[in-house]
Design a protein around this ligand. Structure first.
Ligand code: ATP
Ligand code: MG
Length: 478
């Protein structure tokens, strides 16, 4: 492209240089496979991503191929407009769904509007993948599909992936866990650590203060961020990954406690949610006065692969439960499960004559009782317990802490969690909540006189009917 044509395209911003701080850091990091550049709004993530693709040694090698992904076609258009201005200076030109460079590099552009688009790139090779607004990917598994196409057979070009995200999106939970962005994750921002796949990962946070261009050209943007209501302000202004936005329950730090000795005569309930291709979940709950305390857990999930079951037989699950109880000394007085555990399983010729899970467990010495699986009622019991802080979890129950506080609300019914999310531990945890309903006195203390039962208003909820207020509050907090 000729210089005057470039000038026409780029206008008065002829070249781009990173700001000091996180933008410079993102461009300087060399040996890290996966980087999450994230945090507050306006920190310069999108611009940095555009420039990151131009880094040597990738850029300069004629076999370099990169993939840029955004959520929707509209988002992608916006990215293309910005990238066109910067890439023009590097001999880049957009041809259809690609940027082609004079030095041979090709950047393919795509968007992720539905589940199928995640499969589209399987089998391709891109030495660099840039995923913009990765927080909109609801499920880690979908992300892992994309990760498979970030690979290299070109000598000297190591595969690299960069994600940009703000807290609070549908993918908040898995991003936070994968990149250790929250407090207490054991990982420091800006420091690489090795993930369970053995590859290096790093979280680089940025805030609007790291983007002097925006501060100078649009000071109102900071005022806008400052004026946002909580928890949006914490998420977008401060880039705080410890906020809970859009989640079904109003979780707080008080719900998670340091483990303490469990008395020998503690009343313990074991709860079980069956799973094979999806994880099974076993929780041990101490009924301590008005509180239910989760003291231990056994989650049948493939390490590092969220929502993927270990595919264990019922016999093996029962064996592991007994082993854990012997090791820890738990002596449950009740073992609750979903009533479907009492259904007979198909036998070899497909009839419903095989042993049920309950029968298999009974043979191993574990007597299961059917819990109450009513979705709406259990959602309310659970929400109330979280809200009144009478549901507590030992901080050692990592899988509970990873999944349950991040569960999104079912936005169609508003009285259940989104059951497409990883909700097995939640289902398991609801059994003790239904078995030991929250005492009316606790409700009254928390919500005042208005929280007294109003049988006519919501007859189906019985003694704890008046949860409308509580649910409205939960919704408002969104
Ligand atoms: N190094 C830079 N030089 C000049 N302008 C920049 C630079 N970095 C960012 N900007 C400009 O600042 C504005 C905000 O930056 P950008 O869109 O990259 O932030 P962001 O973190 O992606 O924001 P959001 O969270 O809203 O997605 C944009 O107009 C962008 O072009
Ligand atoms: Mg952006």
């Amino acid at each position: 492209m000729r210089a005057d044509a470039i000038k026409r395209l780029v206008g008065d911003r002829p070249y781009w240089a990173p700001h000091p701080g996180p933008q410079t850091k993102v461009l300087a990091v060399g040996n890290v496979f996966e980087i999450l550049y994230g945090g507050a709004r306006g920190g310069g993530k999108t611009d940095a991503g555009i420039a990151w693709l131009l880094k040597a040694p990738h850029f300069g090698n004629p076999r370099y191929r990169a993939l840029v992904l955004r959520q929707s076609y509209k988002d992608l258009r916006d990215w293309i407009d910005r990238a066109s201005r910067i890439y023009a200076w590097y001999g880049g030109r957009r041809i259809g769904e690609e940027f082609r460079f004079q030095n041979g590099a090709v950047f393919s552009l795509g968007y992720l509007k539905d589940r199928k688009s995640f499969e589209k790139y399987q089998g391709h090779e891109y030495q660099k993948v840039l995923i913009e607004e990765a927080g909109q990917i609801p499920d880690e598994k979908m992300y892992l599909m994309l990760l498979g196409s970030c690979r290299s057979t070109v000598e000297g070009l190591a595969p690299r992936i960069l994600l940009t995200a703000n807290p609070g999106g549908a993918g908040h939970g898995w991003l936070k866990a994968r990149f250790g962005c929250g407090k207490g994750s054991g990982h420091e921002p800006g420091r690489a650590f090795r993930g369970e796949d053995g590859e290096l990962r790093m979280y680089i946070p940025a805030t609007v203060e790291d983007n002097p261009t925006l501060l100078k050209t649009d000071p109102r943007y900071v005022a806008y961020l400052n004026a946002l209501p909580e928890p949006l302000r914490s998420a977008w202004r401060n880039g705080d990954w410890d906020v809970y936005m859009g989640q079904a329950f109003s979780w707080s730090g008080e719900n998670i406690i340091t483990p303490q000795p469990v008395p020998e005569d503690a009343r313990i309930i074991m709860a079980y949610d069956w799973g094979f291709g999806k994880p099974f979940s076993v929780g041990w709950w101490w009924v301590a006065g008005d509180c239910l305390i989760r003291i231990d857990e056994l989650y049948g999930c493939v390490p590092g692969q969220a929502d993927t079951g270990l595919r264990l037989s019922d016999v093996e699950v029962a064996r592991r439960i007994i082993e854990r109880e012997q090791e820890m000394g738990w002596k449950p007085y009740r073992r609750l499960c979903d009533p479907t555990c009492f259904n007979k399983k198909p036998d070899m010729i497909g009839g419903g004559q095989g042993d049920s899970t309950a029968t298999v467990f009974l043979r191993a010495g574990l007597t299961l009782s059917p819990g109450d699986p009513s979705r709406k009622l259990k959602f309310r019991q659970f929400a109330m317990r979280v809200e009144t802080k009478t549901l507590k979890v030992f901080s050692t129950c990592k899988e509970f802490i990873r999944t349950v506080p991040n569960l999104p609300m079912n936005e169609h019914t508003w009285d259940d969690v989104d059951t497409t999310a990883e909700d097995h531990i939640y289902d398991e945890a609801c059994h003790p909540c239904m078995e030991v309903p929250l005492p009316a006195a606790v409700l009254e203390a928390q919500f005042g006189r208005e929280a007294k039962p109003a049988a006519e208003a919501e007859p189906e909820t019985g003694a704890y009917a008046n949860l409308g207020d509580l649910l409205k509050r939960t919704r408002r907090r969104k």
